[in-house]
Structures are given as structure tokens and as C-alpha cells.
Design a protein. Structure first.
Length: 132
């Protein structure tokens, strides 16, 4: 269950909203006018009332490669906002340890503690990734 007090949750919530706002501005700045209207329509839906799949396919339509990362981060923050009310928020999904508050403020979309996140990234580091 969540290890955070209401005050602590509020800190995470504020950090999340701030990061989402920054991403929203970045994404909007990278979109054409018609794309902006489409994205604004997506943002206008209240979180949780659109299925993840519907959101994913709408965003896939935008398809601009340069925006993929920011859109993905935005979706992760949006999902985190939805999870915030659930008892498992702030609990590592791999080891069930409480994720430190400072980590959640720095990265409200975090779903793992630092140790598990590092292990997870190592496991996935072998995926081909550009020319590096
Ligand atoms: Zn963990």
C-alpha cells in the first residue's frame, strides 16, 4: 500500500503536473496547427475516461518521430496521475519496496525503486538502439 502521507502525495502531484505542463508545451511547439488541434482534443479528455488503447492510437496518428519520446513521457505521467489515487502508488512493482519520496518527486512516473530500475534497464540494454 502507499507509504505516502497526503502532504507527500501533494508534492508528487505538483511535480507531476509541472512536468506534464512542460512536456505539453514542448509537444505543442513541435506540432503543426492541425496536429495541435488533434493533440488538444486528446489532452482535453479527462484522464481515465479514455481507454489507454484509444489514446495510444490517437497519439500514433501524430507519428512524428521527434515527438515520440515526449509523447511517451507525457503518457507515462498521465498514467501516473491516474495511479496516484491507488494504494499501490509509490510501491516498486518488482520488489514491493516503498519508492523514496525524493525519487517520486524527481520522476513521478517511476514504477520501480532505483535498484530494480537499474536491473530492468540492464535487462533491456541489449535491444538495438540506433548506431551506438
Ligand atoms: Zn524494487
Amino acid at each position: 500500500m502507499s507509504s505516502y502521507s497526503e502532504t507527500e502525495l501533494q508534492l508528487v502531484r505538483e511535480a507531476l503536473e509541472q512536468q506534464r505542463q512542460v512536456l505539453t508545451e514542448h509537444i505543442r511547439a513541435g506540432l503543426s496547427e492541425s496536429e495541435q488541434n488533434q493533440f488538444a482534443a486528446i489532452l482535453g479528455r479527462s484522464a481515465g475516461d479514455s481507454s489507454d488503447e484509444a489514446l495510444a492510437s490517437s497519439l500514433a496518428d501524430l507519428s512524428a518521430a521527434r515527438l515520440n519520446l515526449e509523447v511517451r513521457q507525457w503518457r507515462e505521467l498521465d498514467a501516473a496521475a491516474g495511479r496516484m489515487a491507488s494504494p499501490g502508488f509509490g510501491v516498486c512493482q518488482d520488489c514491493d519496496a516503498a519508492i523514496p519520496l525524493a525519487r517520486m518527486v524527481a520522476n513521478p512516473a517511476a514504477v520501480r525503486c532505483i535498484a530494480c530500475q537499474e536491473a530492468h534497464e540492464k535487462t533491456h540494454a541489449s535491444q538495438p538502439h540506433g548506431s551506438l
